[in-house]
Design a protein around this ligand. Structure first.
Ligand SMILES: [Zn+2]
Length: 325
């Protein structure tokens, strides 16, 4: 509840920054903040501000929304307050909805591969799994297990670690923990024990050997490298699947042959643009006009003389268009 509309906009900006910290700094998920067109906003709100990402099938996934409710609901429900100037006024309101399961779907779908989950280091329930590589030499095996126990004890002080001492084969364990998205796997076999080395395998595929004294440093490096791997892969996907089009037939063919967002000149995101959005939806078998970037610096201006891809009236915006989940 706020006294002024400026307070609402401040809250909406703060919601945006919270989502950016979660999506990008923690989860490494590319996204764009958009203002939805007037015909697609939350019913009764002045405006709806969202964050959209792209799933691997090229559909947008709306991960959060904040609605600027203005005084509309306060008037309907008679919510008033006494302002600093002594006057009784209607309150301003906003409503913020992060879609937790939509964010989880993005995390699983965007970073995962054919072997299963890939989780950023900071949020993984287990950050490290230790897998002993045992053969038939009982004495040797005992030493390896002992060493793994020691490693687990030491690493537990700083990380979330699991020592997989089950009877399954190392190969089975590798697959199992890859599927669960554990960022780093430590392997320890007879040869490593003799050489006093430890093998670290990053979930994105890179293998490295280190010594006990350098283990902590190597874990930190590998954790950072894993986050960089998934971040840059996701960023490339997002950028590669954001295309541009000028005409309705270009929008149609781009949506048909590519995944993701198409940016196109468009007449209006106010109510008068709804007819053109309906035509796009019908012609593309379901693509939505998703809106324009919420941040001024991300808004593209149509070039001089550009016309709406549908009605050929002067284009006021470059809008994002995509199919949706
Ligand atoms: Zn139009």
């Amino acid at each position: 509840m706020y006294a002024t509309h400026e307070d609402v906009m401040e809250q909406i900006e703060s919601d945006r920054q919270i989502m950016k910290r979660v999506y990008w700094d923690k989860l490494r998920l590319p996204h764009i903040f958009l203002i939805r067109p007037q015909w697609d906003k939350f019913l009764g709100a002045n405006n709806t501000y969202v964050s959209d990402t792209l799933m691997p099938d090229g559909r947008r996934n709306q991960m959060s929304s904040t609605h600027d409710l203005g005084q509309n609901f306060a008037k309907a429900y008679d919510i008033k307050f006494t302002d600093k100037d002594g006057e009784i006024k209607y309150a301003h309101q906003s409503c913020f909805g992060p879609g937790i399961w939509r964010i989880m779907a993005a995390l699983i779908g965007i970073h995962g591969d054919d072997n299963g989950l890939i989780l950023p280091f900071e949020i993984a329930p287990y950050q490290i799994v230790i897998v002993p590589v045992l053969f038939s030499n009982e004495e040797e095996n005992r030493k390896i297990i002992e060493k793994c126990d020691e490693l687990e004890e030491e690493l537990k002080q700083k990380y979330r670690v699991y020592f997989d001492n089950s009877n399954n084969t190392p190969g089975w364990k590798y697959n199992q923990w890859e599927m669960k998205g554990v960022p780093i796997r430590i392997e320890l076999g007879p040869k490593d024990l003799k050489e006093d080395k430890i093998v670290l395998v990053r979930r994105t595929g890179h293998k490295t050997k280190t010594t006990l004294s350098e283990l902590d440093q190597t874990i930190k490096q590998e954790a950072m490298a894993l986050d960089d791997d998934i971040k840059s892969k996701a960023e490339k996907y997002f950028a590669h699947n954001t295309k541009t089009a000028e005409t309705l037939s270009e929008i149609k063919s781009t949506i048909k042959s590519f995944r993701g967002f198409v940016k196109a000149p468009f007449c209006s995101i106010d109510k008068d643009g709804e007819g053109c959005a309906d035509i796009i939806k019908a012609e593309t078998e379901g693509a939505y006009v998703c809106g324009i970037p919420w941040l001024k610096e991300e808004q593209e201006q149509p070039r001089k003389g550009a016309v709406c891809a549908v009605c050929k009236k002067t284009a006021k915006h470059i809008v994002y268009i995509a199919k949706s989940w």
